[in-house]
Design a protein around this ligand. Structure first.
Ligand SMILES: NC(=O)C1=CN([C@@H]2O[C@H](COP(=O)(O)OP(=O)(O)OC[C@H]3O[C@@H](n4cnc5c(N)ncnc54)[C@H](OP(=O)(O)O)[C@@H]3O)[C@@H](O)[C@H]2O)C=CC1
Ligand SMILES: O=C(O)CCCC(=O)O
Length: 472
């Protein structure tokens, strides 16, 4: 079995530490071990990143771009291996893992270019003898904490813009899926990105997080994960007043209007709901269908869901892999049981399968009091409820503490825009079940987070604005 090391200051280190096991959720086999790092390693990583910042921040944007682009090329050359590693540590089907590597690399290629467009400004002065300039500078050392559901893309969506601006990073990938991240960081070294610019620490998340939150040299935290941990990190960052970006939980509503193209709507829900076995924060969680088309929509959805194959993600033709762990299965089971107890019908699926697998499930006759309509299921369950009017659908869709993604299906584009504008969500897929893309801003309203990742908005999160007033 392979043992992976921490990457600090360009060195593979930590083989003397206690080990944590990484398991394959498809088989429950231990596939690798990683160091159980803690405060000491977290501080060493910041030492390295802080030192490396002095040089890396002085590279020109074009020099950094060239190295970041080499990293892109190496990831591309190694995409099959990275995807396989992802499937065995995370569970998602190989075709989806490959798609994620390409998506992740999309952030690298996009920000390799966007770093060249960090423009300043000159502001007209009041007096003749003054010149007013605005510069943008990298914030400094950035702490990056990522979840297990997207082991590659959540890293690059943060690290690529950070590196493009001249920041250096200390990364804590999820301990359940650290291998893809460690391999990608090793490729960054191989690409010639200077030592200390990209550091990775695995281990005791609480100690590592606390060390970084308390360290005044860490100027920014960027996190994707649960709202609960996001709040802990937000509080922890307050003492040193760090900049923070948080990409937290979601509870995406889907509104299917009576005039929607049903094929498009069903395909959109399949894409958004069953991607990564329902384990994304932009997965549709609540499906509001106009009462006049609800039966037809449900029948068509069930027909398509029947065609989804569940199994080990390494097998050809599998669409839905295992969930990440026993807690995830338990949560999904609880949501289905609660819905059935409160009157929902199981139109398809509804049960766990041996191991960490759960049948893709469609529930009908769902109401707003059910757990699945209020709490992120993070599993392959599609709950369908009906509505009578546009106002009712919008009001119920907005009735959530979350505000990450929402979806609307209608062939009337005026209506589609009108509804999209009223939804209190950071991302709206209008006749589109997969809106995420590197060049567009990703992030949420309300308790779904702060800041944006992706797009030109995503690079601003890593920049400080400096105003220089020149007296002539
Ligand atoms: N927005 C999103 O994309 C995601 C949302 N979620 C939601 O959150 C639920 C729980 O998932 P879970 O994986 O537990 O998410 P967490 O928020 O617990 O984990 C996300 C990351 O934060 C780390 N972490 C956990 N606690 C701390 C801490 N005190 N200080 C610093 N870092 C910490 C984790 O480390 P480690 O786990 O390695 O110990 C992991 O790297 C899911 O069921 C889902 O509802 C989950 C993942 C992604
Ligand atoms: O936050 C997540 O669940 C991962 C991001 C998914 C996406 O980029 O579409």
């Amino acid at each position: 079995m392979q043992h992976y090391n921490l990457i600090i200051n360009g060195e593979q280190t930590g083989s003397d530490l206690d080990k944590k096991e990484v398991t394959n959720p498809a088989t429950s086999e231990v596939i690798a071990t990683i160091p159980n790092g803690g405060k000491k390693e977290a501080v060493k990583a910041v030492d390295a990143a802080h030192e490396a910042f002095k040089e890396w921040s002085q590279f020109s944007a074009y020099e950094r771009s060239e190295l970041i682009r080499k990293w892109y090329d190496l990831i591309n050359e190694n995409k099959e291996d990275l995807a396989r590693t992802m499937t065995i540590e995370q569970g998602k089907p190989l075709k989806e893992a490959l798609g994620e590597i390409q998506y992740a690399n999309g952030f690298i290629s996009w920000y390799a270019e966007e770093g060249k467009r960090v423009y300043g400004e000159q502001i007209p002065a009041t007096q003749r003898n003054k010149r007013l300039f605005v510069h943008k500078q990298p914030v400094g050392v950035v702490a990056v904490i990522t979840p297990w559901n997207f082991p590659a893309a959540m890293i690059t969506r943060k690290v690529a813009p950070a590196l493009a601006t001249g920041c250096t990073v200390v990364i804590k990938p999820a301990n359940q899926t650290p291998l893809t991240a460690l391999k990608m960081a090793a490729l960054a070294e191989e690409a010639g990105i200077p030592k200390g610019v990209v550091n990775v620490v695995t281990g005791d998340s609480k100690s590592i997080g606390e060390a970084w939150m308390q360290d005044t040299r860490v100027r920014k935290l960027t996190f994707t994960g649960s709202t609960e941990v996001g709040k802990v990190l937000m509080k922890g960052s307050a003492d040193t007043v760090k900049k923070i970006s948080l990409e937290l939980g979601g509870h995406a509503p889907v509104i299917v209007m009576a005039d929607s193209d049903l094929e498009k709507a069903v395909d959109g829900v399949i894409a958004s709901k069953f991607r990564n076995a329902g384990q994304t924060c932009v997965c549709s969680n609540r499906i509001y269908v106009h009462e006049s088309i609800a039966d037809t929509f449900s029948e068509k959805l069930v027909e398509k869901v029947k065609g989804l194959r569940v199994g080990n993600g390494l097998e050809e033709g599998v669409d839905i892999g295992p969930l990440i762990d026993e807690d995830a299965i338990e949560k999904v089971r609880k949501h289905v049981e609660d819905a059935v107890d409160k009157g929902a019908s199981v139109a398809y699926g509804g049960k766990g399968i041996e191991g960490l697998y759960f049948e893709p499930t469609v529930l009908t006759n769902v109401n707003d009091d059910m757990l699945c309509m209020n709490d992120e299921t993070f599993g392959p369950v599609a709950p369908i409820t009906t509505f009578k009017t546009e106002e009712e659908a919008i009001q119920r869709a907005n009735d959530s503490i979350y505000g990450l993604a929402a979806y609307v299906f209608t062939e009337n584009i005026t209506k589609g825009i009108r509804i999209s504008e009223q939804l209190e969500y950071g991302i709206v897929g209008l006749n589109d079940g997969l809106p995420s893309t590197p060049q567009a801003p990703f992030g949420g309203f309300k308790q779904s987070g702060l800041g944006r990742e992706g797009g030109h908005q995503g690079i601003e999160e890593f920049l400080e604005v400096k105003y220089i007033s020149l007296g002539l």
